[in-house]
Write a protein that binds this ligand. Structure first.
Ligand SMILES: Cc1cc2nc3c(=O)[nH]c(=O)nc-3n(C[C@H](O)[C@H](O)[C@H](O)COP(=O)(O)OP(=O)(O)OC[C@H]3O[C@@H](n4cnc5c(N)ncnc54)[C@H](O)[C@@H]3O)c2cc1C
Length: 445
């Protein structure tokens, strides 16, 4: 096979031996995972489980308020989704059509949730600026391509509703004009949300980590939290590297949630998501394919998403992967290359250099949740695949709630956090559910 694999070879799946693919996030090339030997302190104000955007954002806010914060991760800091994602930043408001959200939650609550979604975008923008995090944050806008003509009409109506109830700016691009947005014939027009944004996830995570360290926080890797036991004053937190006594605990494990807190484990199902990175694409080709360098997605249930890598002429292409356990095999990524070439057949000969995956935390009601468990543990998780802005914001808010500050209140506070019925079956049923959704996308059921 040689040292590199082209997009068409990967899509066809007909490879043997070494494909040259690197099975780690492309983002880690610019922001390698830190090695640390920080000892576990005997006591701390707040122990945070999980060192992704939620955990680090919570730590940052706590430290700004004078509280101590120690962040634990089972693996190296930032091992989870936060350094593996596509770096596409939205408000989360596209998860439900406005009318569906109103039908589910009532008009007042739906409006509050949507408005808070737009605040999450503003929050990450302000945080990156305030902390001077060098991560290519850009309000590049999002183009969402309609897979069928009726999707275009439905999106247009939804964009009008979003504007009417929350003032969200957007515009529609008909198929006849879409070459200005994307060099592909596959879509039936699309919508543009100009305020949506992008960043380099590895560098954003590294920037947050540097903030936490500079403010006196500690981030301890290879320290799985194995048990949390309530004490008369706080909690005993037993980790793989020793134990600490914390006045408070925040659980920030999202798609990597395990049985540590069964109450949360029953409320999260982890779904694999994968990305591939191409090698360098000729500039003129990339200018034609992605002329405005936005972030992109489509209207399918099992959807794909893509963008150009910041400062490089590469495409980063993502979608669902079946089994994360088997993801260090080229076969786990063939369908991503296949989808990419259906949209951009011109890049069939371009190499694919990286392929990786991570876990998304899904909730039963497809809404993220934050709050306090029956045992008094704070938590923020369940971003359902839109977590760059939402994890940052929820981490900040849960820290404010822990500090007892009224600014910590959110429209999400009084939502019931439903458990998955028959949780173990739901976990195992994920591939079957995905196959069903793919079938419905293909047949327009
Ligand atoms: C492939 C992929 C692509 C994505 N693309 C996008 C995108 O383009 N835009 C977007 O908005 N969102 C995207 N997301 C979602 C987004 O990345 C996540 O919602 C967000 O990063 C969640 O951050 P977090 O801090 O809550 O969790 P994570 O970053 O997943 O961190 C959780 C951490 O908890 C640790 N942990 C778990 N259990 C324990 C324990 N017992 N003890 C110690 N540590 C523990 C894990 O090791 C992990 O590092 C994507 C996700 C994936 C996987």
């Amino acid at each position: 096979m040689g040292e590199t694999i082209s997009a068409s070879q990967l899509a066809a799946g007909g490879f043997r031996g070494d494909t040259g693919l690197k099975f780690h996030p492309y983002w880690w090339e610019a922001a390698s995972r830190p090695v640390d030997s920080t000892p576990v302190p005997k006591k701390c104000d707040v122990a945070i489980v999980g060192s992704g955007f939620t955990g680090l954002s919570a730590a940052n806010t706590l430290l700004d308020s004078g509280s101590g914060a120690v962040v634990f991760d089972r693996d190296v800091p930032g091992f989870g989704a936060s350094t593996r994602n596509g770096g596409q930043i939205g408000s989360g408001n596209q998860k439900f059509r406005v009318k569906t959200l109103i039908a589910l939650r009532g008009e007042k609550k739906a409006i509050a949730l949507i408005r808070e979604g737009t605040q999450m975008l503003a929050h990450i923008d302000e945080l990156v600026a305030a902390e001077k995090i060098d991560c290519d944050f850009r309000r590049c806008g999002r183009f969402r391509g309609a897979i069928r003509p009726e999707h275009y009409e439905a999106m247009a109506r939804d964009m009008e509703d979003l504007k009417a109830i929350a003032g969200v700016e957007s515009f529609m691009v008909p198929r006849s004009e879409q070459a200005s947005e994307i060099g592909s014939e596959i879509f039936h027009g699309g919508s543009v949300l100009p305020q949506d944004a992008s960043l380099h996830p590895g560098r954003y995570h590294a920037g947050l980590l540097a903030c936490v360290n500079a403010k006196g926080g500690r981030v301890i890797g290879n320290a799985a939290v194995l048990e949390i036991t309530p004490e008369s004053k706080g909690f005993r937190v037993r980790t793989a590297r020793g134990e600490t006594h914390a006045l408070n605990v925040i659980i920030a494990t999202n798609g990597y949630t395990d049985g540590l807190v069964p109450e949360l484990n029953r409320r999260i199902v982890s779904i694999g998501s994968g990305l591939i990175a191409t090698g360098e694409i000729p500039e003129a080709t990339l200018d034609r394919l992605l002329p405005k360098r936005r972030v992109y997605g489509n209207t399918n249930r099992v959807f794909y998403y893509f963008r150009a890598a910041p400062g490089a002429r590469r495409i980063i292409w993502g979608g669902r992967v079946g089994r994360v356990a088997a993801a260090n095999s080229p076969r786990a990524y063939c369908h991503l290359a296949d989808d990419m070439l259906r949209v951009f057949p011109d890049i069939a000969d371009v190499p694919v250099t990286h392929a990786w995956s991570g876990l998304i935390g899904y909730t039963y009601d497809e809404v993220p949740h934050l709050g306090r468990s029956a045992a008094g543990l704070y938590y923020a998780l369940g971003y359902c695949g839109t977590g760059v802005s939402r994890a940052t914001y929820f981490g900040h808010k849960i820290a404010l709630q822990l500090l007892g500050k009224k600014e910590g209140r959110t429209a999400f506070d009084d939502l019931t956090f439903p458990a998955f019925p028959a949780h173990t079956i739901a976990k195992r049923a994920v591939p079957a559910v995905e196959t069903w959704y793919r079938f419905r996308d293909a047949t327009n059921l």
